[in-house]
Design a protein around this ligand. Structure first.
Ligand SMILES: Nc1ncnc2c1ncn2[C@@H]1O[C@H](COP(=O)(O)OP(=O)(O)OP(=O)(O)O)[C@@H](O)[C@H]1O
Length: 740
């Protein structure tokens, strides 16, 4: 499972969590045992834990010893101190010997029962045939001391009495022994209320201690789980974002921006929740179940079958609910993706939506996506709302079953009320553990889908790869020399080349203009320079080296790219202009702003270069955004500057001044300008005319006017024949001849 793989680097945290869970489960599950002790010992036995009293009068112990075989007598004698001045003997044996089934307990219980009966008077005929009258302890003691009744006879009589009690013997002996101890304490002047209260106080203290241990362990488990889950989510977000940052537009297009955002946010959130659940629930439930089963088996109540019934009932309920909801859970993530996609598209296009009055239509589209998500969520939530009541029903039925079966055990004297209560608690814990496991198993597949989607991003390699054997231009190689050599390119999913057979060379200080009708491949052509895409045929070289052999960082440092859509980042003007990094000095920034004709409006803004830029450059005009984008590319002083239709939002005057400044200052850089306006590129040293991805003309403005029909057509659409310096005959000749 992918979720488990995420814990690869968090083994220590997992081990710590398991240790803490074991501690808290043991503490939690010890509580029902204590509760049972409080009922059985604290309440029913008045706080008297063992038939072996803490203190006993010497004569009382002698009476008891009359009914003990020699070895039992030795055991008991060894367990009590010598009588003190008041004739009181104190228990000095081990606690194990005093506990249920301990040596001292076993040895002393039956004699206590016999002595208690004798002290109340016993019909002599029930002891020996032919005897009449009432036997009491004093008589028996006297007869034994006088040698009338041998001690062996008394031991035999006690044992016969035990046998006659049959299966009820154990619990009757225990109850009577406790009564004997109570009587003995009273005779010593010890308050029975004090004994009971001190027992209850000590049990409460122990239970409180266990609660505290469980509380601390549970809090620590929660802290470990949250920390681990947050760390896993943070690392995943970082890795996913890092991977996306290295994606070329092809991979971004493959996933879609909306899906990448959902994967980086919602999907990782799901994973985070699942990892927390995994530690807190999935690890806890089996541990809780195992500890509870161990304790249940130790109770020997004979009601273990009730647990089997409960588990089968829980599995049946959860199985039905899971069967109904699981397919819907799997669909849910796709619906979230769609809502995000529609929402993003609507927010991006809020202006045209308003301009075309399509709000209602878009709202309907959003409602459709949202309704699908809502319907699925409603179905799953409704189905899951049956879970809790059904579980409670199962639990309550099982409780009734245990009480019904247990009451027979209590009636027969083979079970104590407290034991039955403890058994109910353990059964509930086991059922809970199963319930938690099954509920989590509903949630985990959803997180599994999310993990799969995140892994898909992480395992996708960018089609733009670092060179295996990176090369740098030789020290004496010309700087700022860009060449296309028979370049062709096809988009990943397309069938035909978007551009083909393009060749040109631009040197430092020169300008290359690229012009052509819309969709002819101009942007695609220049995107090959900074390797936003890789050529599919031919090669692009910079300073004599194939751009695919230059380290990517080196290539991107050498190429300044101004995209068609000026895009700014939230921050200040300065942070945007210094986007290339520390290497951009204040002087370089100001010089770039001046070339881009941006200084004027920057200084007019409050705060100048420190003035705020909002997300996406929303608080500057389209032309200002373009100028800041141009300044940003120039500030890093690249060897090649690519302007992808970046002057389109500038007025003619600013456009002209900017080009003048570029020509004056960029003597060591090659400039590539994609334009729709003839005026923008007419002064270029070389112009490439594209038509449907093919070069249909190449040369200077003057040359193309006289040789390239496509170029002339564009020029004519923007300038008059007079402005072009052509006669009507010359125009006709070019048009008739087509491009030569
Ligand atoms: N990511 C893409 N996947 C597939 N085809 C694409 C992709 N981007 C652009 N195209 C197609 O490639 C062709 C050239 O697109 P390109 O953006 O390079 O044209 P352009 O000359 O810059 O257009 P414009 O002047 O309108 O900006 C177009 O037909 C376009 O539909």
């Amino acid at each position: 499972m992918r979720i488990i793989k995420l814990f690869k680097n968090h083994v220590l945290a997992l081990v710590t969590a398991v240790a803490l869970i074991i501690i808290s489960c043991n503490a939690d599950l010890a509580l029902p045992t204590y509760m049972s002790e409080i009922v059985d010992v604290g309440i029913q036995q008045g706080g008297i834990e063992s038939p072996a009293p803490d203190t006993i009068r010497a004569e009382s112990l002698s009476d008891l010893e009359l009914f003990m075989p020699e070895d039992d007598m030795a055991t008991v004698e060894a367990a009590y101190s010598e009588p003190d001045a008041e004739g009181i003997r104190t228990y000095v044996g081990s606690e194990a010997d005093r506990a249920e089934d301990g040596a001292v307990s076993d040895a002393i219980s039956l004699p206590e029962t016999v002595v208690l009966s004798l002290e109340q008077g016993v019909d002599a005929s029930t002891v020996a045939d032919g005897m009449t009258g009432t036997l009491d302890m004093q008589t028996v003691r006297g007869a034994c001391e006088a040698g009338i009744i041998p001690k062996e006879k008394l031991v035999e009589a006690a044992s016969a009495m035990s046998d006659s009690m049959g299966s009820m013997g154990g619990s009757i002996v225990k109850q009577r022994a406790v009564s004997y101890v109570q009587q003995e304490y009273e005779a010593q002047g010890i308050s029975l209320t004090d004994v009971q209260n001190s027992y209850l106080a000590s049990m409460s203290l122990k239970m409180f201690g266990l609660c505290a241990v469980s509380l601390v362990a549970t809090i620590l488990t929660g802290a470990v789980a949250s920390h681990t889950a947050c760390t896993i989510a943070r690392d995943l977000r970082r890795q996913t974002f890092d991977r996306v940052m290295h994606f070329s537009p092809a991979e971004i297009g493959k996933f879609s921006q909306a899906s990448l955002i959902t994967r980086c946010t919602n999907d990782i959130q799901q994973i985070q929740m699942a990892t927390t659940l995994f530690i807190r629930m999935v690890l806890m439930a089996p541990i809780m179940g195992v500890v509870a089963v161990m304790r249940v088996l130790a109770t020997h109540t004979g009601l273990e079958w009730a647990i089997g019934v409960a588990v089968i009932a829980v599995c049946a309920v959860v199985g039905v609910l899971m069967g109904l909801t699981m397919p819907k859970f799997k669909k849910m993530q796709k619906f979230v993706d769609r809502v995000n996609l529609v929402a993003r598209e609507m927010l991006d296009g809020v202006m045209p939506i308003r301009a075309f009055g399509r709000q209602d239509h878009e709202l309907e589209r959003f409602d459709d996506a949202s309704r699908d998500l809502m319907d699925t969520q409603l179905f799953t939530n409704r189905a899951m709302s049956f879970m809790m009541p059904l579980m409670m029903l199962v639990m309550n039925c099982v409780t009734v079953l245990i009480v019904w079966a247990g009451s027979h055990g209590v009636n027969d004297g083979v079970m104590q009320v407290g034991d039955m209560m403890a058994f109910i608690s353990y059964t509930m814990q086991i059922v809970m553990a199963f319930m938690i496991l099954t509920m989590v198993s509903v949630m985990l597949p959803r997180a599994e889908v999310a993990a799969e989607r995140v892994e898909e991003v992480l395992s996708t390699q960018s089609s733009i790869k670092e060179p295996k054997r990176p090369q740098l231009p030789a020290a004496d190689a010309p700087r700022g020399e860009l060449a296309f050599k028979n370049v062709s390119f096809q988009y990943p999913d397309a069938r035909e080349d978007v551009i083909s057979g393009v060749s040109f060379t631009v040197h430092a200080g020169q300008t290359l203009g690229v012009i052509g009708s819309t969709g002819c491949g101009k942007s695609t052509l220049v995107q090959l320079i900074p390797r936003l895409y890789d050529v599919t045929g031919g090669k692009v070289t910079l300073d004599g080296i194939d751009v695919r052999d230059l380290p990517l960082s080196e290539l991107r440092r050498r190429v300044g790219y101004v995209p068609q859509q000026g895009m700014l980042f939230s921050g200040t003007v300065e942070s945007n202009l210094k986007f290339a990094g520390e290497s951009v000095t204040d002087d370089a920034m100001r010089e770039a702003a001046a070339i881009a004709q941006a200084t004027g409006f920057i200084e007019e803004r409050e705060g100048g270069f420190g003035s705020e830029i909002s997300q996406g450059g929303g608080n500057v005009s389209g032309g200002q955004r373009q100028r800041l984008s141009i300044a940003r590319a120039l500030a890093k002083r690249p060897e090649v500057v690519v302007f992808d239709d970046s002057f389109s939002a500038l007025d003619y005057k600013t456009d002209a001044r900017l080009r003048e400044e570029l020509a004056r200052t960029q003597k060591e850089a090659a400039i590539v300008v994609v334009a729709q306006r003839i005026a923008t590129i007419m002064h270029a040293d070389q112009i490439v005319v594209l038509d449907d991805g093919q070069v249909v003309g190449q040369g200077t403005h003057e040359e193309l006017l006289r040789s390239c029909a496509a170029y002339l057509e564009i020029a004519q659409s923007q300038l008059s024949a007079k402005e072009l310096g052509l006669t009507q005959e010359e125009i006709s000749a070019v048009m008739e001849g087509g491009s030569r």
